[in-house]
Design a protein around this ligand. Structure first.
Ligand code: NOJ
Length: 449
């Protein structure tokens, strides 16, 4: 591998996927707690999560955080990305819960004691159910709710320098508001457009207010970028791929960098302007301190005359290749190079941080080992591509592996294991996989060069 001494290395998790302890010490319920629930509730109707898995049965990071941070350190990472559960610090989204605050203070202090740099995500999809009852992201008031929550956290957890505002808007908005497969399980095109606009405005508003009050903090946000290719060489397939790129990538990024929503001639998307108020165009423009980029795979699209309003068709990876992860995602390392170079080409003059990258497999423990060689191959090839992008001029500052721990993979439940560390979800026992040992060797070899 080429020279990587300029890059920092870390591993990432999120609260809803790892903490468990969903209703202890004053924590309020989030839309995901309820979405997993077996009992009928405000948004819950019928579980759509594979095997009816529940996030409360995940890693118990709430009780094991010291062990997990020490494992991260043992692997040789110097940076740790985790998220704050809004409902732990503010059970109803507004009022503070001191015990929840104490928990994150402890986690942050423990990071510092171990010379680990915390990178804290403020919103990783677990909206307080009490805010959902008021409309959640569809209600424009959320811009203020989120900004106040963000300001409280940055002020309270004052030793944290690096903040990530909102994780992967495209994914939680698409899956949660359009396709209904993530919490809050909604399927409304108008709702999706309103929520999208409010998420984008929330990033802008929170950024401005935080920078005003805490100018020295580094405030960025994380975006899902999937590399998109046409299925064939026909002009129509190129058009389909271009449109898909707008829908899955550009729509959730370009408004923030001053390009507006890439609506083009798609009439339906143009309806987003219904939710505009005076001055919104300017409010969307946000000069974030860094751009968090998350690429896992590539997707392929082709022209489809039978699709009434978009005229495109997604060609699933399992129809194209056998090089698949447990998510049925294609292993395609060049994709991360391409997406980094694409963000680089916007000339934003801001660093890029790979805030997630990794692969899930159906790992098994055999004689106290997890021989996850496919994951090692995935990391080797993807890290090579990240370094290639860096040597080709992209200002990539750091890389976070997803994930430190096996965890709750949203609608997919516990089957896809993303961790460098295997978690036995029954006993909560942790075991470093071979990929964690590979990372340890990789990170220690760096020091010599
Ligand atoms: C991105 C999300 O941020 C994370 O929560 C998820 O587990 C990974 N992708 C893998 O799907």
């Amino acid at each position: 591998m080429s020279d990587n001494s300029q890059l920092f290395w870390g591993a990432a998790i999120s609260a809803a996927q790892t903490e468990s302890a969903c209703d202890v010490d004053g924590k309020g319920l989030s839309i995901w707690d309820e979405f997993c629930s077996k009992k009928q509730g405000y948004i819950y109707k019928q579980s759509t999560i594979k095997n009816k898995d529940h996030m409360k049965d995940s890693c118990d990071f709430y009780y094991h955080y010291k062990e997990d941070i020490l494992l991260l350190k043992k692997i040789g990472f110097k940076h740790f990305r985790f998220s704050i559960a809004w409902t732990r610090v503010m059970p109803d989204g507004i009022n503070v819960n001191p015990l929840g605050v104490d928990f994150y203070k402890d986690v942050i202090d423990f990071c510092h004691e171990n010379e680990i740099v915390p990178w804290v995500t403020l919103y990783h999809w677990d909206l307080p159910i009490e805010l959902e009852k008021k409309g959640g992201w569809i209600n424009r008031e959320i811009i203020e709710w989120f900004t106040q929550y963000a300001t409280f956290c940055v002020k309270t957890f004052s030793t944290v320098e690096n903040w990530i505002l909102i994780n992967e808007p495209s994914v939680f908005l698409g899956a949660g508001y359009l396709f209904g497969i993530h919490a809050p399980g909604k399927k409304s095109f108008d709702g999706f457009l309103a929520a999208t606009h409010h998420v984008m405005l929330s990033i802008g508003e929170a950024y401005r207010r935080l920078k005003n009050e805490f100018p020295d903090k580094s405030i960025g946000s994380s975006f899902s970028f999937t590399h998109i290719e046409p299925a064939g060489h026909k002009e129509k397939d190129y058009k389909a791929a271009e449109l898909a790129d707008k829908l899955v990538n550009r729509m959730f990024f370009e408004p923030l960098i001053g390009h507006g929503y890439p609506l083009g001639d798609v009439k339906k998307l143009n309806q987003i302007t219904k939710f505009f108020k005076k001055g919104d165009e300017e409010k969307l423009i946000t000069d974030l301190d860094f751009y968090g980029l998350q690429t896992y795979t590539r997707e392929v699209f082709k022209h489809n005359p039978f699709n009434p309003f978009l005229k495109l068709k997604h060609v699933p990876a399992d129809e194209r290749t056998i090089d698949l992860t447990a998510m049925n995602w294609e292993m395609h390392a060049e994709s991360i190079y391409k997406t980094i170079m694409k963000v680089h080409a916007y000339n934003l003059n801001r660093p890029i941080v790979v805030t997630e990258n990794g692969a899930a497999f159906n790992d098994q423990v055999v004689l106290d080992r997890v021989n996850d060689f496919s994951r090692i191959h995935y990391f080797q090839t993807h890290i090579n591509e990240v370094l290639r992008a860096k040597s080709d001029g992209a200002d990539v500052k750091g890389y976070f592996a997803w994930s430190l721990l096996d965890n709750f993979e949203w609608a997919e439940g516990y089957y896809p294991r993303f961790g460098l560390i295997y978690v036995d979800f029954k006993t909560k026992k942790r075991l470093m996989k071979e990929s964690a040992h590979w990372f340890r060797r990789f990170l220690s070899s760096q020091l010599k060069y």
